[in-house]
Write a protein that binds this ligand. Structure first.
Ligand SMILES: Cc1ncc(COP(=O)(O)O)c(C=O)c1O
Length: 475
């Protein structure tokens, strides 16, 4: 860090760096709870920055309750509360993330349960497993040196060619193989983008609720969250515009099609408007489209990226949920500028996803069998959704019936304390996702996510019956 000759913008970055630096040292135990931080002068000298910069960082630490002040003595470390998210600046509630390594969802999913409603995964019995195994042999015959070959960083060119043609046919847009990168699932894509675009304290817009792992990834980069409510009719567009204007976020991460956890789909009328706003306010849209083909009443609206002419949408299309989860293939479509950054980030992460997975996927993806599989899968999922909804109808709980995706997002009556309810369900070998972990504000205490995709019809029926019996104890 050095302040000599710096511009105003650099000054802002430097103050964020000092803030981040202090947090880092606290989290690594160098300064423990109730210990005194170095004086402003000492730290300024140590870091080679101006005292005012340290003063601003300390003030922000105090504001965010990371430290407290003792009159005429100095700044002291607040006792740690790892799950606490801190409101900053009031009104619109941007949140400063803790930067800790947390994955709330995987913590819940690690616990085994006979009735797994926490896994938004497809039941492996619904996948054409034997057919896939045959394919594996064929692919090895076709490429005898497959195991001895690395993928390129951007991904197998043959696969990118096929995916670009597929996207052009299905989404009526112009694409080349060079516009696509293959990653190991959408999760890796989100992680790479957050590494590229988020510096500590940067504002990022994020749906409320949202995919909980995305919260944890952005939080790890110490993003400042700007939550945007998602409703069954989409977003409040005027509010989206106001937030973009006010906070100049680095990006808006969204899952506008069969959204996880709610199942909502942003209507096409808003999609064009969102792209226009992104261009006007120079805010990237990260469009995560992990459930595109999992529709029950006909295909969803075209993705936002099809409206994009200036490169403000980064499109993530994961196939890992429903094509072949074991292969974990996701395609990122991005402008050349973003692709260049992704190239560096991906090369640092793993130098390219495994070629074996990409080639198996490529051949399976082009097969007729895949289309048949997807059609059957849609029907099977719809049947499971219907069973879950039927079993829940007598409860009077509230939800909007999803027209695609894998989950019901349910608002429970206030009388049911979700944390306690989850504990009791776990004792009965039933798991679900408490809404609070999908909320960047950590306030959704009455909502839960139930996935209907992972267990078979019979178990599903029994599991929901058991869940309702546990809930009845609170009425
Ligand atoms: C919205 C969303 N994005 C991304 C992912 C992760 O996808 P992948 O399995 O491709 O890493 C999930 C998984 O549940 C998801 O729900």
């Amino acid at each position: 860090m050095n302040e000599k000759g710096m511009a105003a913008d650099d000054g802002k970055r430097l103050f964020k760096q000092v803030y981040d630096h202090v947090i880092h040292r606290i989290e690594h135990g160098e300064w423990k709870a109730h210990e005194k931080l170095p004086s402003i002068r000492q730290l300024a000298e140590e870091l080679g920055v101006h005292r005012l910069t340290v003063f601003r960082a300390y003030q922000m630490l105090k504001h965010n309750e990371k430290v407290y002040v003792k009159e005429k003595s100095g700044y002291y470390v607040n006792p740690n509360d790892p799950d606490r998210v801190v409101l900053e600046y009031g009104e619109d509630q941007p949140i400063v993330a803790s930067g800790k390594l947390i994955n709330s969802l995987s913590d819940i999913q690690r616990v085994s349960a006979a009735y797994q409603f926490s896994q938004a995964l497809i039941d492996p019995n619904l996948l054409p497993n034997l057919f896939l195994s045959d394919y594996v042999k064929k692919v090895f015959d076709l490429y005898p040196k497959l195991m001895g070959t690395y993928s390129t960083v951007q991904g197998d060119e043959e696969l990118r060619e096929v995916l670009s043609r597929y996207m052009m046919q299905n989404h009526h847009t112009q694409l080349q193989a060079s516009d696509i990168m293959i990653t190991t699932g959408a999760q890796q894509a989100i992680d790479l983008l957050s590494r590229i675009f988020i510096s500590p304290m940067d504002a990022v817009m994020i749906e409320r609720p949202t995919y909980s792992a995305a919260i944890d990834i952005f939080r790890q980069q110490r993003a400042r969250f700007i939550p945007v409510d998602i409703h069954h009719y989409g977003y409040d567009i005027a509010n989206v515009e106001r937030l973009m204007k006010q906070y100049k976020p680095r990006f808006f991460y969204m899952n506008p099609t069969f959204h996880n956890p709610t199942g909502y789909t942003v209507p096409s009328s808003q999609r064009k408007q969102l792209v226009e706003l992104a261009e006007r306010y120079r805010c990237l849209l990260i469009e995560d489209d992990a459930f595109h083909d999992m529709h029950f009443d006909g295909p969803p609206p075209q993705p936002l990226f099809t409206y994009d002419t200036e490169g403000w949408v980064v499109y993530l299309r994961s196939f890992s949920k429903y094509v072949a989860p074991g292969l974990r293939i996701c395609a990122i479509i991005a402008s050349p500028t973003v692709m260049k950054l992704l190239f560096t980030a991906k090369s640092l992460a793993d130098n390219g996803s495994p070629l074996v997975n990409q080639k198996i996927f490529l051949h399976y993806f082009q097969s007729e069998r895949l289309q048949q599989h997807i059609e059957k899968l849609r029907i099977a999922l719809q049947v499971r959704r219907d069973i879950m909804e039927k079993e829940l109808t007598p409860t009077g709980w509230n939800w909007v019936s999803p027209r695609g995706g894998l989950n019901l997002w349910i608002k429970l009556p206030e009388a049911i304390p979700v944390e306690q309810f989850l504990k009791e369900c776990m004792q009965q070998s039933i798991s679900f996702v408490p809404g609070i972990i999908c909320d960047p504000l950590r306030k959704m205490r009455s909502q839960i996510r139930l996935s209907y995709s992972f267990i078979n019809e019979k178990q599903l029926q029994q599991g929901v019956k058991n869940l309702v019996t546990v809930a009845d104890r609170y009425s």
